[in-house]
Write a protein that binds this ligand. Structure first.
Ligand code: PLP
Length: 375
């Protein structure tokens, strides 16, 4: 028989999502676990979004608005752009895929991403058989924009930059991003993924939406999964020139953003109080977690300063082993690969103060256990 799939599919490493709590509890026979593995909102969904979902439940027999008219109008007003400069997606992940499907040709084009960037970029590029260069980050695990630029060739069609980045939590300053957007050759489509934009507190950060004049081929991607608390509904959006958005709309499925997601996103966008509480809780939580981690420095613990709703916790131990030990204590975090620059790291979402205390106590226990001579 001929091979079932081409090698670029056969060699794909699947994305490993955070373990659901129910699955963990079933496996270990425990209860009361906490999940800090998927950067979800510890406050739950926006209450206004919940009300909107309840109001529109009885419409589930109706197809969603394929053009997401209301949501795009709300987003256009929010961003001060025209609705034809926006398209919506089944989470921002779909929009990242659509960017590749729309603008890259399999076998011909090339794209550039970074080693410790959001894992989906490499998966999407490989699954579409687009050649890629994966450049290292700086020693501080920040984007090396110079290296990204240097990797661009005549064949490069697309560059991904997550700002701030997952899983490192690091960010690119406004000045550096602006220069990058200006200097990258005009043919290249630059995708700036701003999934964690709302959590940023650094004063020298700015969204790429303030830099649209620098280049035509710029796509800005945002999500409702994080600070709006709607990860389960799957809704994200992308901003670009009317021409680029028109092209993406030709490729996307007509009903890619579901009815409840559209309604909930419109309501969440108006829920300023929820957004404020989310960001406040996160900023305080980041500080609390940093303080607790600092007290474990003697056990080899450190972290990368973060502008997101998670921290990259660095240890001198095998991250996978720590992950397993923490699971036993009912704490789910994210290990970042058996090999590579993040093999000793854990990505831990900023939960409530109680969840942070629980994670830090569990980490301390595990590290002390591992340091004991009987281990
Ligand atoms: C940088 C980044 N971009 C995009 C996404 C995708 O988010 P969603 O598809 O839920 O909008 C994530 C999710 O974790 C992310 O970390």
């Amino acid at each position: 028989m001929k091979p079932l799939v081409d090698t670029h599919i056969a060699t794909l490493k699947p994305y490993v999502p955070g373990k659901p709590i129910e699955e963990l509890e079933r496996e270990l026979g425990v209860s009361g676990s906490i999940k800090l593995a998927s950067n979800e909102n510890p406050l739950g969904p926006s209450p206004k979004a919940l009300e909107a979902v309840a109001r529109h439940m009885s419409e589930l027999h109706i197809y969603p608005d394929g053009a997401a008219f209301k949501l795009k109008a709300s987003l256009a007003a929010f961003h001060g752009v025209d609705p034809c400069e926006i398209t919506t997606g089944n989470g921002s992940n779909e929009l990242l895929t659509l960017a590749v499907r729309t603008f890259c040709r399999s076998y011909h084009d090339h794209a550039v991403t970074s080693e410790c960037a959001f894992a989906a970029y490499q998966i999407i590029l490989q699954s579409h058989n687009v050649a890629m260069s994966v450049v290292p980050m700086t020693p501080a695990l920040a984007y090396d924009l110079g290296a990204l630029q240097a990797a661009i060739t005549e064949q490069t069609k697309l560059v991904f930059v997550a700002n701030p980045n997952n899983p490192t939590g690091t960010y690119v300053t406004a000045e550096a991003l602006r220069r990058f957007l200006r200097e990258v050759p005009p043919d290249v489509v630059v995708v700036v993924d701003e999934a964690y934009h709302e959590y940023v507190t650094a004063e020298d950060y700015a969204s790429a939406e303030t830099m649209r004049a620098e280049r035509e081929r710029l796509l800005i991607v945002r999500t409702f999964s994080k600070c709006y608390g709607l990860a389960g509904l799957r809704v994200g959006y992308m901003i670009g020139t009317p021409e680029m958005i028109d092209m993406v709309n030709r490729v996307r499925e007509p009903f890619n953003c579901n009815l409840l997601a559209q309604r909930a996103a419109c309501a969440a966008l108006e829920d300023h109080d929820f957004l404020r509480r989310t960001v406040e809780l996160n900023t305080e939580g980041r500080r609390l977690m940093e303080a607790r981690l600092a007290s474990m420095a003697h056990l080899g613990v450190s972290w990368i300063p973060s502008q997101t709703n998670f921290l990259l916790v660095r240890t001198q131990r095998d991250g996978r082993l720590l992950y397993e030990r923490l699971l036993q204590k009912g704490v789910i975090v994210r290990p970042l690969g058996a090999v590579g620059p993040l093999a000793c790291d854990l990505r831990v979402s900023i939960g409530t103060a109680e969840q942070i205390e629980r994670f830090c106590a569990a980490l301390l226990d595990v590290l002390v256990e591992l340091s004991s001579p009987t281990e």
